[in-house]
Design a protein around this ligand. Structure first.
Ligand code: DGL
Length: 266
């Protein structure tokens, strides 16, 4: 047993989609969430910059005595996971592998789409892993950077969201895919609009649930689970706490009252 919290981080509110699944899968765990709302987006920045931001967040989480960390950000998972794993002596779970595994279990036609930030798509993290696991699979990647701003703004189902989805995904729709990976933790906030546009024949993969289950399996296998006294959720962000609280309420139904911290000092 280990009653220390699990750390979860993202560049903003996107990782809340993962936090929600962690709360469901692991209700008796304390959680510390950090959203880097002052420095978002990560998806348009260099690997060097995003790695440095992620290091600072890891230091912050470690100062808060976390027992394990979930990188609830595809951009960080795709570009910095190996570096963070080498530099920090703590269990780290990322989101790409769970997404790949789910996609492979769902696709029947082996024609799949992957959408994510520019940095995630550029890294080919999904594409390479899918092709390694199943040579012959056809992968159609597409960067959709504006989806992050839409999600942060709460524009998830309105006309602007619909038009943006149509603009980015129009070509992908012609490719006859049967599975689409939401390779950015912000995108599940637009899931309804994306799914309606792609049509019923396209299964949508949101790696959040499997990521939460990976953490559960890890904690159980290593005797690190919390107990009935745990279940506290604490939220931090680096800017705009009110907006963060509003989105947290809307997406998780939690009155989180996020605390603002200066991440640059870590
Ligand atoms: N939510 C993050 C991801 O999963 C990135 C969004 C961004 O900061 O660009 O990639």
């Amino acid at each position: 047993m280990d009653t220390r919290p699990i750390g979860i981080f993202d560049s903003g509110v996107g990782g809340l989609t993962v936090a929600g699944q962690v709360i469901k899968a692991l209700p008796h765990e304390d959680i510390i969430y950090f959203g880097d709302t002052a420095r978002i987006p990560y998806g348009t920045k260099s690997t060097e910059t995003v790695t440095q931001f992620s290091r600072q967040i890891m230091h912050f989480l470690l100062e808060n005595n976390v027992k394990a960390v979930i990188i609830a950000c595809n951009t960080v998972s795709s570009n910095c996971y190996e570096t963070l794993k080498k530099e920090f002596d703590i269990p780290i779970i990322e989101v790409v592998i769970p997404g790949v595994e789910t996609c492979l279990s769902l696709t029947k036609t082996n024609r799949v789409g992957v959408i994510g930030t520019e940095a995630t798509i550029r890294s080919r993290s999904y594409e390479n892993r899918l092709k390694e696991a199943r040579p012959g699979i056809e992968v159609f990647p597409k960067a959709c950077p504006l989806f992050v701003s839409l999600a942060e703004e709460g524009f998830t189902e309105n006309e602007i969201a619909k038009l943006t989805v149509k603009t980015y995904l129009g070509e992908l729709k012609e490719k006859n895919i049967d599975t689409l990976i939401l390779g950015c933790t912000h995108y599940p906030l637009l899931k309804k609009t994306i799914s309606e546009f792609m049509g019923e024949g396209v299964g949508i993969v949101d790696p959040a649930k499997e990521t939460a289950h990976k953490m559960k399996d890890y904690l159980e296998a290593h005797g690190l689970t919390g107990d009935d006294t745990c279940g506290k959720r604490t939220f931090f962000c680096s800017d705009n706490t009110e907006k963060f609280d509003m989105i947290c309420k809307r997406s998780l139904g939690i009155d989180c009252r996020a605390r603002k911290i200066n991440i640059e000092k870590y």
